[in-house]
Write a protein of this length. Structure first.
Length: 137
């Protein structure tokens, strides 16, 4: 839940009078469990930790984390949601293995051989000049 401006004023006044826990308790009344969780997933409003910006204050109670800023006039409540182990995405099991030095050497030798022999678009006399000067790619 995120409130700003006039919508947040009542909650910010409550926090000022009753403390952080009063604000969390008040905002948690709009947490509808799975319905709220599903809406957060659908809207992409999922975070590893509660977002905190410069000037924000943060408070945590139980599964809730609240961030608020009296000067900016906004307050947000986040609920921790643990993903069951069977729904977790496993890390990739195969890692990228770079080619060995021998493979790279063979590829380079093949390219040099192609340059020595001349390419399709190369003037026939250029290959001999390159070879004589020791120029290669």
């Amino acid at each position: 839940m995120f409130l700003q401006g006039e919508e947040a004023d009542q909650t910010l006044d409550l926090i000022d009078r009753g403390g952080d826990e009063a604000g969390i308790e008040h905002l948690s009344m709009w947490d509808y469990g799975d319905e709220t969780t599903n809406a957060a997933f659908e809207n992409g409003d999922v975070h590893d930790t509660a977002p905190v910006y410069p000037g924000d204050r943060q408070a945590e109670t139980g599964d809730y984390a609240m961030t608020y800023n009296l000067q900016a006039g906004h307050v947000a409540l986040y609920r921790r949601h643990l993903i069951p182990a069977e729904d977790a995405i496993d890390p990739p099991t195969t890692a990228h293995v770079p080619p060995t030095r021998n493979t790279a050497g063979r590829e380079t030798a093949a390219r040099r051989s192609a340059v020595r022999d001349g390419g399709w678009f190369e003037h026939p006399g250029v290959a001999a000049v390159k070879q004589a000067r020791g120029l290669s790619l």
